[in-house]
Design a protein around this ligand. Structure first.
Ligand code: PGA
Length: 304
């Protein structure tokens, strides 16, 4: 019997996402290609690995057993890539990092400074939301991740980098602009532009409103911080975003931060690694650089 690495990888992703369609999206393959690979693996092993529960593909007991070994294979493979990386000259090293969508507002500058100081280092950068980042970490994919505080109990190590305040934004023409001590209750009747489910910002907003016993009556869901900012600027509604995302608009006077009670929501950026993943020399260098430089990122309108 010959099992390919590709087959094992596809099997793992389907097992994690419990769906051929979602696995195909993640792997940039077609849905039939994914299901064919799984069928082939079932034929090669002579085992039924999945059973269908409605729309979900659940692992059978044999599938669970196989997944245990598939995880080990992938972990060793990721260590092998790190070892190869370290055997090379540092000046030709490669760094694989993934960052939360919202972190792009400061990470690009840090990456530019880092690569200027270490010419020759190449980079793979993925930008996605919190949910996807957690999945990537589970799969030992990136060397390092920059995101909001990760959940406990996912075999992750994290270190706090700096503040990430979430603020309520509006057009300077909005009736609430310039008002002091706006009650939380007052803004819940406004229309809100918020990020998609799976976003760390969105999770934090929902938790915040719930802990204050209020609900937003009208929300518009958007996948990008930029669209939320444009909507607020155009007067489509209020938005809640990280202060990092609106520095240029604040400077240009195109958006204002509303003075709402219990805001800003205080969050922090973290640098996160998968426990047990071998960190390359380049990754360690970058981690130390980010820990030193990130806290120096200027932040306009930082609430005290
Ligand atoms: P988001 O991430 O871009 O997914 O909202 C920010 C975070 O993790 O807090």
């Amino acid at each position: 019997m010959h099992l390919s690495f590709r087959q094992i990888d596809i099997f793992r992703v389907v097992a994690q996402l419990e769906s051929y369609t979602r696995a195909a999206e993640k792997l940039h393959l077609t849905q039939p290609a994914v299901s064919m690979q799984v069928k082939q693996l079932e034929e090669d092993t002579g085992l039924a690995l999945f059973e269908r529960h409605g729309k979900r593909m659940r692992l059978t007991n044999s599938g669970k057993e196989l997944l245990h070994y598939a995880n080990q294979v992938l972990h060793s493979y990721s260590d092998m890539l790190s070892a190869i990386e370290d055997l090379r000259d540092l000046s030709s090293g490669h760094l694989v990092i993934s960052v939360a969508t919202t972190a792009t507002y400061f990470i690009t500058k840090l990456l530019a400074d880092f690569t200027t100081q270490h010419e020759g280092i190449t980079l793979t950068l993925d930008v996605t939301n919190r949910q996807q980042l957690l999945l990537q970490l589970e799969n030992f994919e990136p060397d390092l991740v920059i995101m909001g505080e990760p959940p406990k109990g996912h075999n992750l190590s994290s270190e706090r980098l700096m503040e990430n305040p979430l603020v309520v934004i509006a057009s300077p023409r909005h009736p609430l602009a310039g008002r002091q001590q706006i009650k939380l209750q007052e803004i819940t009747n406004e229309r809100f532009a918020v990020r998609e489910r799976g976003s760390g910002t969105r999770n934090a907003i929902e938790r915040h409103f719930m802990s204050h016993g209020v609900e937003c009556n009208s929300t518009l869901e958007m996948r990008s911080n930029e669209t939320i900012k444009h909507s607020a600027e155009a007067g489509l509604g209020l938005g809640i975003v990280s202060l990092h995302t609106i520095q240029l608009e604040l400077e240009a006077g195109r958006l204002v931060v509303l003075n709402v009670e219990s805001f800003p929501i205080r969050r922090h950026w973290h640098i996160v690694t998968r426990k047990g993943k071998r960190l390359t020399q380049v990754a360690r260098l970058f981690r130390d650089f980010v820990k030193r430089e990130a806290p120096r990122t200027p932040l306009l309108n930082f609430p005290t």
